[in-house]
Write a protein that binds this ligand. Sequence first.
Ligand SMILES: [Zn+2]
Length: 75
Amino acid sequence: MLKYKSRWYVKAFIKIDRFFASSQICSACGHKEGKKALAIRKWDCPQCGIHHDRDINAAINILNEGLKRAAASKT
Ligand SMILES: [Zn+2]
């Protein structure tokens, strides 16, 4: 449905698979933290020290990954 709708609006649709480790990567520096328990809602990146909200960090990672794939598919 989303795919169909975005085609309707002539927008690029980029599918990010559900196993993309969006909640394990620091959206600020790219450090991969590894798997975290779902109960952990906030965490600090040991690499750059930034404080993350789990869901916001994951959303930024999914957006970045989508933009990266969109850029890659244009070339
Ligand atoms: Zn970081």
